[in-house]
Design a protein around this ligand. Structure first.
Ligand code: T5A
Length: 221
């Protein structure tokens, strides 16, 4: 049987890395074979494109070019990593996917929605994730967490955007969830990590009629 494809979305510092790891651990406790991956990246080719985009090197070419680069990375990631895993019956948990392109490049970068849709059609096709967990935190909370975790390191291409950008980003993810309530589950990411983990677990367990699994207790990194 084909595996399941679960994605996580949300603003910077919303807790996606923490919670993707926790969900993977809980599913594994049930004996599920889980592949944990992320975007941009997740395959050798896509990791190279990740570096080009997040270093800011592609920024001078404009947001259309960035959207095309994200799509190229996604295409490689799907073909090399995600689809072979799903075909082998593995569950794939991916930290960010096409909703991030819709939000960052589409709504925030003003890339023509027709281009965004065309890129999705060519790269993603029928490989739509279900469910998509949207971790929701106020922009200020996410930015504070991201800055604390980053320490002295430089902010990347999108972390460096201002608070107005990140507030609009949050609204965009919530809009996407409102437009696709069957696929998207909004989870309050402001709670302590274990409570967030429980809320996500309940959503996934109920969606797939799974047995219960012990809390993963993955410490927030
Ligand atoms: N992008 C990506 C696009 O523009 N278009 C696209 O199509 C795609 C795919 C990727 C960037 O690329 C952009 C979006 C991004 O800007 P990234 O380096 O992969 O960047 O990082 P992000 O996905 O943005 O994720 P972050 O690393 O910023 O944060 P996470 O993963 O959401 O959060 P996490 O789990 O690392 O937690 C951050 C900090 O908060 C703490 C953690 O310990 C950590 O220190 N924390 C909590 N603290 C309190 N309470 C909780 N519940 C907490 N959960 C975590």
């Amino acid at each position: 049987m084909r595996g399941r494809f679960i994605t996580f979305e949300g603003g910077e510092g919303s807790g996606k890395s923490t919670q993707t790891a926790a969900l993977a651990q809980r599913l594994r406790a049930l004996g599920t074979d889980v592949l944990l991956t992320r975007e941009p990246g997740g395959s050798p080719g896509a990791e190279i494109i990740r570096h080009v985009i997040l270093s800011g090197a592609a920024r001078p070419f404009g947001t259309d070019a960035e959207a095309i680069l994200f799509a190229a990375a996604r295409d490689d990631h799907l073909r090399v990593t995600i689809l072979p895993a799903l075909d082998a019956g593995r569950w794939v948990i991916c930290d960010r996917f096409f909703d991030s392109t819709r939000a960052y490049q589409g709504a925030l970068g003003a890339v023509d929605p027709q281009l965004i849709r065309s890129l999705e059609r060519v790269t993603v096709g029928d490989n739509i994730p279900d469910p998509t967990i949207m971790l929701d935190v106020p922009a200020e909370t996410g930015m504070t967490r991201a800055a604390a975790r980053r320490g002295a390191a430089h902010a990347d291409r999108f972390e460096a955007e201002d608070l107005t950008f990140h507030r609009k980003l949050r609204e965009t993810f919530l809009d996407i969830a409102r437009q696709e309530p069957q696929r998207c589950v909004v989870v309050d990411g402001t709670q302590p990590p274990q409570q967030v983990e429980e809320a996500i677990w309940r959503a996934v367990r109920d969606r797939f009629a799974l047995a219960d699994a012990p809390i993963a207790q993955v410490a927030a990194s």
